[in-house]
Write a protein that binds this ligand. Structure first.
Ligand SMILES: Cc1cc2nc3c(=O)[nH]c(=O)nc-3n(C[C@H](O)[C@H](O)[C@H](O)COP(=O)(O)OP(=O)(O)OC[C@H]3O[C@@H](n4cnc5c(N)ncnc54)[C@H](O)[C@@H]3O)c2cc1C
Length: 412
């Protein structure tokens, strides 16, 4: 068994773990290690998301965390692949009053959102011609898209330049809390030798094994003063190993790529239909996603291909625009949302545990908040308080002590 010591151990190197590593580096922390089964993140949510970034939310904490992050993406647009192509939200009468109220909050906090009536909508997006059920739309001008891979690499470059270490092929299987004999966490992990196949990684990430039988590699014992759970959809599993409860669940979300033969989507940004289907241009194709109602929780990466595209993407899009009749399915994939009960992330010090922190359960908006969360959580861990953003209300303690906060409703 190889023994390692560090000040901070971050479990999970997706956008959140990499963002936290960046934040720690900015706080001059150099004794930090980030471990992941797969640094490339083939099955991670950070690899399989839609790249949308927006500050148009129903709740202020999400508006401010996204705004703080997107303003950074704007300043580093080239490095992170940010495009200010906007988010256009189409509304039916039943959601319009609430949307306009949320827009007042957006504008009050310096986030420009245009109000469009149906004529304005048709002018902005002429190919949307079936508007009888619509009352108008909101357009978040600085909302847009990033390249999640470039963003993750950007965070990692900053972290590694400061001395933060990234360890690949490491699967965490156990955690012992600081006690009478040690003031550090003791983490048990297995480091695989050689590259794992795609199927092998998927099997581990689907089954969450605590025993690894006859695999080839070596066991690690990592002593860390501070432990950070950034394991995304696997955060409940890490929480269990560390001795606390996490109320989130992994849920499959599917995305289709399609060829739009009769319309050039490249001049538009993200468009969110009231049906819940969203779409945006993605290189030479369109990318579209939808939250299948009644999706069963679990580690399911199965993409339902033509059936999903035909029934859940093409049908509602064709209801919205005649030019979508000729959409052609190209490919697609499934990744995991990490849904919390109120659709807010869980961030902060873990209640009742020593030197244990967490940032996960983003419920589908972790990419766009990764910068703000990395900066803010690192401040909390190093300085003992939030400075750049106040994320206190997102503490996991809200579920145990009944300090519930209004749920986030602008979730797609
Ligand atoms: C289809 C889809 C579309 C989305 N669209 C958007 C969007 O448009 N905008 C947006 O902001 N967000 C979007 N999201 C959500 C976003 O992708 C996630 O919130 C974000 O990527 C979460 O990042 P993370 O680092 O917490 O998790 P992940 O990227 O999943 O990283 C967690 C890592 O932990 C590792 N890990 C887990 N358990 C262990 C263990 N025991 N030992 C070692 N390593 C472990 C995993 O290997 C993984 O790499 C979308 C998600 C999906 C699935």
């Amino acid at each position: 068994m190889r023994k390692i010591e560090t000040d901070f151990l971050v479990i999970g190197a997706g956008l959140i773990g990499s963002g936290v590593a960046m934040g720690l580096a900015r706080q001059q922390v150099d004794r930090a290690i980030v471990v992941d089964l797969d640094l490339a993140g083939e099955w991670s949510s950070s690899e399989l998301n839609a790249g949308g970034v927006r500050a148009t939310w129903s709740q202020k904490v999400n508006l401010l965390t996204s705004k703080f992050s997107i303003e950074y993406f704007m300043q580093h647009a080239e490095a992170v692949g940010y495009r200010d192509c906007g988010y256009l939200w189409l509304h039916r009468p039943e959601t319009w009053t609430g949307a306009l109220k949320a827009r007042e909050m957006h504008v009050a906090h310096g986030w420009d959102v245009d109000v469009l009536d149906v004529a304005g909508l048709k002018n902005k997006v002429p190919f949307i011609d079936k508007t009888d059920d619509l009352v108008g739309g909101l357009f978040g001008k600085k909302d847009g898209l990033v390249n999640p891979n470039r963003l993750k690499e950007h965070f990692r470059e900053i972290a590694v330049a400061k001395g933060v270490q990234l360890m690949d092929g490491v699967w965490v299987t156990g955690a012992t809390a600081p006690g009478t004999h040690s003031d550090a966490w003791t983490i048990r992990a297995f480091q695989f030798s050689g590259l794992l196949s795609s199927e092998h990684k998927k099997r581990i990430l689907s089954e969450n094994p605590e025993q690894l039988g006859s695999e080839s590699g070596e066991w690690l014992e990592i002593k860390c003063k501070n432990l950070v759970n950034c394991a995304g959809a696997w955060a409940p599993h890490i929480a269990k190993l560390a001795g606390y409860a996490c109320p989130s669940v992994p849920v499959r979300r599917q995305i289709s790529l399609f060829h739009a033969r009769d319309v050039d989507l490249n001049q538009y940004g993200m468009i969110v239909d009231p049906s819940g289907v969203y779409f945006h241009p993605e290189s030479i194709y369109g990318l579209s996603g939808f939250a299948t109602p009644g999706e069963v929780e679990g580690y399911n990466f199965q993409y339902d291909a033509e059936r999903f595209f035909e029934e859940q993407i093409w049908a509602p899009l064709h209801e919205r625009a005649t030019v979508f009749e000729s959409l052609k399915h190209v490919s697609g994939w499934a990744g995991l949302y990490e849904n919390s009960p109120d659709h807010h992330a869980i961030i902060g010090a873990v209640d009742g545990q020593k030197n244990l922190f967490e940032a996960h359960s983003f419920s589908g908006h972790g990419a766009m908040q990764s910068y703000g969360v990395g900066v803010a959580l690192s401040e909390l861990m190093v300085k003992g308080r939030y400075e750049s953003l106040d994320l206190n209300e997102l503490s996991g303690a809200r579920f145990a002590n009944g300090r519930t906060i209004p749920g986030e409703t602008w979730v797609i």
